[in-house]
Ligand binder design. Structure first.
Ligand code: G6P
Length: 605
């Protein structure tokens, strides 16, 4: 979603800002802009619809922007179309401002500002904040006081950064229910919505809290809490040069991340399993044995990881488990009972709906657990217990390695403490899971065969994915992956639900991808295959060797994934559905890492 960078105290401020925007590109956006401010306060900016490269070309054409400080933004349109005039920074008098989030009372504020004679150039809710700041600078002698007065008038969710001609060298920031951090390094002060945007010399990161304002100067960051008191906030070392991620030999980040999975799933498992001792190492505070019910909440792919885990928690641990998407959960007035605990799954740890669901559960007195890939995220800071996934930075908008790492951690958690399994069953489960990284490596060999299929799929109008049991959520995930990056209409269904609607979509040649391991439900899966085949579907099976042999002749094409136990099976088959989506998108020529309209981290509702 929108990205923010601010810098104070560098002669190459504008280059640093534009480079920061490039590093934020992975979040998804549709326009970009920058504003530089000189030591005398004089400001100049540039904005462009489309990619950061379009902005960079405009800057190059005018010989760059001078300035020792400035702000920059990538915008994911909410209020107003993705056009240059709606791109940030917005200018109002002496102020330039960028904003992530939604100002809910913007209409009332705009009416007030217009009545005072101010005119607006954009359709955005953000522009009102620039005008408010400009007006407040007339009233308050201290610019930080002016900034705090403005922030105090705003309702909604926001991260803001601003510069002003009347406060040369300073960058103003504010955070409420949207991510923003400050950073220091080498005589420079920074503000950013995401640590990824920071340059190598940003040695210290300061994690702002909701309600904070900050004024960054050269090498300084004055952080105040909502009451205006100086605030000490949690600090961490910056990403440094080693925190940088590149594509290596791969064409896309998504491709690289798919191939990294054996390593990062292995790393995540090693954090939770003592393989030598055959034991499970969950943080001491996690006590699934004490729970009567587990609520799992997430969005998108993270919610599907939770749906897979429900099968494991219920059948292995006998723990009643419910899974909900965060945007529904938080508004459906959920009923809680004694012994409920809530687990929130989020790669970024910043997804707005998941975060609010966490807060709702915390306020209701539930134990809250965050399973996240981002250890300093808001969810990690606010949850009672953090279960990290060790996928490393995930840049492709479509989640791959974070998903399989979530599955790996969830598989360990399920059944670990409920004593439903005897020692032998625990050892079998550990052996099942421990094989996952190696088997994922073998599944990557499917690439060549999948590539031939992908060429055909790229010409499809519709693709169906079917699965049963823990492979049903993987069918949903396979369809989500394909539609996200190839823009082909794809749907995932529980195979048993076929006759209740989706079978009406089947006609000659429609591709149906069936996840078919040799499990207790194999015969039922096979009969679903027969039913769609009888109606002309082109069946593509993803099957382990035993199932593939049993399906002989029933599928038009079979991708044979290595034999895996019930815990490893969805993790291993995930590689196949990811390759299908990725290679189809490559054949379609879409923007794989930054698909249209999508954002990596959805920090507004
Ligand atoms: C966005 C991303 C998805 C991701 C979802 C949840 O929609 O494009 O890849 O699954 O958000 O994100 P989270 O960071 O909470 O896991």
């Amino acid at each position: 979603m929108c990205g923010i960078v601010g810098v104070s105290g560098r002669a190459d401020a504008c280059e640093v800002l534009v480079e920061g925007l490039r590093r934020l590109e992975y979040r998804g956006y549709d326009s970009a802009g920058v504003c530089g401010a000189g030591l005398d306060g004089a400001m100049a900016g540039e904005r462009a619809a489309g990619k950061v490269s379009a902005l960079a070309a405009k800057l190059a054409a005018r010989g760059g922007l001078a300035g020792m400080s400035g702000i920059a933004h990538t915008r994911w349109a909410t209020h107003g179309a993705a056009e240059e005039r709606n791109a940030h920074p917005h200018r109002a008098g002496r102020v330039a401002l960028v904003h992530n989030g939604i100002i809910e009372n913007h209409a009332a504020l705009k009416a007030e500002l217009m009545a005072a004679g101010r005119t607006f150039q954009s359709d955005t809710d953000s522009e009102v904040v620039a005008h408010l700041f400009d007006a407040a600078l007339d009233v308050h002698a201290d610019p930080h006081d002016a900034w705090r007065a403005v922030v105090g008038r705003l309702q909604g969710a926001f991260a803001l950064a601003a510069v002003s001609e009347s406060a040369p060298g300073l960058v103003f920031g504010a955070r409420k229910a949207a991510p923003l951090l400050a950073a220091l390094g080498n005589g420079t002060g920074y503000i950013a919505s995401d640590a990824m945007a920071l340059p190598e010399d940003a040695a210290t990161i300061i994690y702002l809290e909701d309600g904070d304002t900050v004024v960054a100067g050269p090498g300084s960051a004055d952080v105040r809490d909502a009451q205006g008191r100086p605030a000490q906030r949690k600090q961490a070392a910056g990403p440094g040069v080693f925190g940088r991620v590149d594509k290596g030999p791969f064409r896309h980040f998504m491709e690289k991340e798919i191939h990294e999975q054996p390593e990062v799933v292995g790393r995540t498992l090693a954090a939770y399993l003592d393989l030598a001792g055959g034991a499970v190492n969950l943080p001491a505070a996690v006590d699934f044995a004490a729970m009567n019910r587990l609520l799992i909440v997430g969005c998108g792919t993270a919610a599907y990881a939770g749906m897979v885990a429900r099968y494991w928690f219920e059948s292995l641990a006998g723990l009643p488990t419910e899974v909900d998407i965060a945007s529904e959960f938080r508004y459906r007035d959920p009923a809680f009972a004694k012994g409920d605990a809530a687990l929130f799954i989020s790669q970024s740890g910043e997804t707005a709906d998941t975060l609010e669901a966490l807060r709702l559960c915390k306020a209701a007195g539930l134990i809250t657990i965050a399973l996240t890939n981002t250890p300093h995220s808001t969810m990690a800071r606010e949850a009672d217990i953090v279960l990290p996934t060790l996928a490393g930075p995930e840049i492709g908008v479509a989640s791959t390695k974070a998903f399989t790492c979530q599955l790996a951690a969830l598989a360990v958690a399920a059944g670990a403490q409920r004593e439903r399994m005897d020692a032998q069953a625990v050892q079998a489960a550990i052996a099942d899971l421990s094989a996952a990284p190696r088997l994922m490596g073998e599944a990557l060999n499917l690439r060549q065969g999948v590539d031939a299929l992908a060429l055909d799929l790229a010409r499809s109008d519709i693709v169906l994915f079917l699965g049963r049991n823990s492979l049903y959520p993987l069918a949903l995930e396979g369809a989500l992956k394909l539609k996200e990056i190839s823009y082909i209409h794809a749907e995932g269904y529980a195979a048993g639900e076929l006759k209740h609607g989706p079978i009406a979509l089947i006609e000659e040649g429609v591709a149906v991808i069936v996840l078919a391991p040799m499990d207790a439900l194999f015969d039922k899966t096979r009969s679903s295959i027969e039913q769609v085949r009888a109606r002309g579907a082109r069946v593509i099976a993803v099957a382990d060797p035993e199932a593939a042999a049993a399906l002989d002749g029933q599928s038009a094409l079979t991708f044979v994934t290595p034999a895996a136990g019930r815990l490893a099976a969805p993790i291993v088959m995930a590689v196949a559905v990811q390759l299908i989506a990725y290679l189809t998108a490559v054949h379609k020529g879409t923007d794989v890492d930054q698909p249209r309209n999508l954002a990596k981290s959805v920090t507004v509702e």
